[in-house]
Design a protein around this ligand. Structure first.
Ligand SMILES: [Zn+2]
Ligand SMILES: [Zn+2]
Ligand SMILES: [Zn+2]
Length: 434
């Protein structure tokens, strides 16, 4: 995208367009000019004098302007090449202040990435020689480390002497697309602050792990980040301050503005300063820890309740077994009484005969329980031989109370209730309970 001469930014409508690119090339390439007082002279404090002087020279409004270095310098944003040419000749303001206008030494450049496997073995200087006609002023190869060796990647960083760069570049016979270049945040490996390198570090030198004053290469302290006070190393890419720096660089590159300006915009976007962002992050982490602690507590409470419930179940079981025992005792007492009654009516010969029968079968046979329901019941619960045993006892007992047996869940207490022989029924009933 070469500089265009179309458009008139000096028109009456004030535009607020992003400065980084002019996709349709409608308003021309942005040029940054720097205006300073000649030989270090102060610029007027009255902005109207500066405004009227610049607009009179340019023949209309310019795109925008910013102050630099506490108002001692002005950066003029101009898209119209005619205006650029005129302003570069400006030497005196309307109040007589002598000034100098030059192309901005830092801002009139742009950088992009070009990936080409065809150029991977070519020297940077040879590529630059081929690309200089496209306003490329620097070519840097991106390398990677492979087993301690520097290896070329297909990616090249191209620097242009213009504020925009072309969307495609011709490499031999091919046209390849370009993409934006976002440099890594500048982290000082002396004090672990962002924005300067170790060479220009004002100090103090800090530990790479705990952020305390440097105390040697070994550190057994917990990791602490100097920038956000989080529990990671100051070099961590998870650090919110690092992420914020990445955002600042993206804004700077996309809008081609200075670092302080990009920083201001990034803070406006997130609605807070670095310190605030870091504090928010720490508060969130604390909340998370609190929640985890609360969950552990809840788990413990659940385990305690489960234990309590288990104990209660055991207690209930004990209680039930006690109730059953009492029930059994009651039944036996009842049997005892009824058997005593019937025994007194029975002939001694019958009794002897019955005892003999029970002793041989190991169970009980009842002469009175000949109804089909009772037979079935007995087959279900008693040994098989029992149902085939001959009836040996006359029907002298009270009427049977075994109707429930047909349901399949007959009540043993009722069966036993009608036993005739106390001494025998005692043992059999016990066996049947087990
Ligand atoms: Zn430093
Ligand atoms: Zn340390
Ligand atoms: Zn951090």
């Amino acid at each position: 995208m070469a500089a265009a001469s179309s458009g008139d930014p000096g028109g009456s409508v004030k535009r607020r367009l992003p400065e980084f690119m002019d996709p349709t090339n409608q308003f021309g390439e942005l040029t940054f000019l720097q205006m300073t007082g000649k030989d270090g002279a102060q610029l007027p404090i009255n902005p109207y004098i500066i405004g009227k002087s610049v607009e009179a020279c340019a023949g209309g409004e310019i795109e925008d302007a910013r102050t630099e270095a506490n108002g001692t310098k002005y950066t003029l944003h101009v898209r119209n090449p005619t205006q650029v040419a005129k302003l570069l000749k400006l030497t005196k303001l309307i109040d007589g202040t002598e000034v100098e206008v030059v192309p901005h030494p830092k801002l009139n450049i742009s950088r992009c990435i070009l990936s080409s496997s065809e150029l991977i073995r070519m020297e940077e200087k040879d590529i630059l020689a081929e690309m200089s006609s496209e306003k490329v002023i620097r070519v840097q190869r991106i390398t990677k480390n492979e087993g301690g060796k520097k290896v070329n990647t297909p990616a090249l960083i191209l620097t242009f002497c213009t504020t925009t760069y072309p969307e495609t570049m011709k490499v031999g016979l091919r046209r390849l697309p370009t993409r934006p270049y976002f440099p890594n945040p500048m982290l000082c490996y002396g004090c672990f602050s962002y924005g300067h390198t170790r060479i220009r570090c004002p100090g103090p030198q800090r530990c790479v792990n705990c952020s305390n004053n440097f105390h040697g290469d070994e550190c057994s302290e917990a990791s602490l980040c100097w920038n956000c006070k989080g529990d990671h190393r100051p070099t961590s890419r998870q650090c919110p301050v690092y992420k914020k720096e990445v955002d600042v660089i993206k804004i700077k590159v996309r809008e081609n503005i200075s670092f302080p300006e990009a920083r201001k915009r990034a803070e406006l976007q997130t609605g807070g300063s670095y310190a605030q962002v870091a504090a928010q992050q720490n508060a969130l982490e604390k909340k998370l820890l609190d929640l985890e602690a609360a969950m552990v507590k809840k788990d413990q409470e659940i385990a305690r309740l489960q234990e309590e419930s288990k104990r209660k179940d055991e207690k209930n079981e004990q209680m039930m077994s006690f109730i059953n025992q009492v029930k059994q005792q009651n039944v036996h007492q009842h049997q005892h009484r009824s058997n005593e009654q019937s025994a007194s009516q029975e002939k001694p010969r019958h009794r002897e005969q019955k005892i003999a029968t029970i002793a041989t079968t190991g169970s009980i046979t009842r002469s009175r329980n000949n109804s089909p329901a009772i037979q079935e019941t007995k087959r279900g619960r008693l040994p098989k031989s029992d149902s085939n045993k001959p009836v040996t006892s006359p029907n002298t007992s009270p009427p049977p109370k075994t109707k429930k047996a047909t349901t399949g869940t007959f009540d043993l207490t009722e069966m036993d209730y009608s036993e005739e022989e106390p001494e025998v029924s005692e043992t059999t009933s016990k066996q049947r309970f087990r």
